[in-house]
Design a protein. Structure first.
Length: 140
């Protein structure tokens, strides 16, 4: 598994629910933000993926909520890829407050969709290696 990449996020008031907690759907937004930030840092753009005829797809997402987040909390959202073999890969993410408290753990299974065939491509890591200018961010 690659070393965790991370991005800072500040919880905004409009992202909270009536209890003042970060709304459950926003955790997925934070995770997606970290994933796309990693791709950009590695030199991969959405247009680059489309030009290559592929697009990332989420196949499964599990969120373990550990501690509440409220407006104004500052967090780091990590992202690391675990490639394995086959058509899918795992993404491990943690949302951690600046004091080290883990607020949530997110595990996702993803793949790369061939945009023409509408099927997962074999060995998605090969596409990431080919497109990345900084492949070390993926653990290669």
């Amino acid at each position: 598994m690659s070393e965790a990449f991370s991005v800072p996020v500040t919880v905004r008031g409009y992202e909270t629910d009536v209890q003042g907690h970060l709304n459950q759907s926003v955790y997925i937004n934070y995770a997606e933000h970290a994933r796309w930030s990693l791709l950009r840092a590695a030199g991969i753009s959405q247009s680059g993926l489309i030009d290559r005829g592929v697009g990332p797809v989420a196949l499964e997402t599990t969120i373990r909520y550990r501690r509440e987040l409220i407006a104004g909390d500052e967090v780091e959202v990590t992202c690391s890829f675990d490639w394995g073999e086959g058509k899918t890969f795992r993404i491990e993410q943690t949302i951690r407050k600046t004091d080290g408290t883990v607020a949530a753990e997110i595990t996702a299974v993803g793949g790369l969709l061939d945009l023409k065939e509408r099927r997962l491509v074999p060995e998605p890591q090969a596409y990431f290696k080919e497109l990345a200018t900084e492949p070390s961010l993926f653990g290669f």
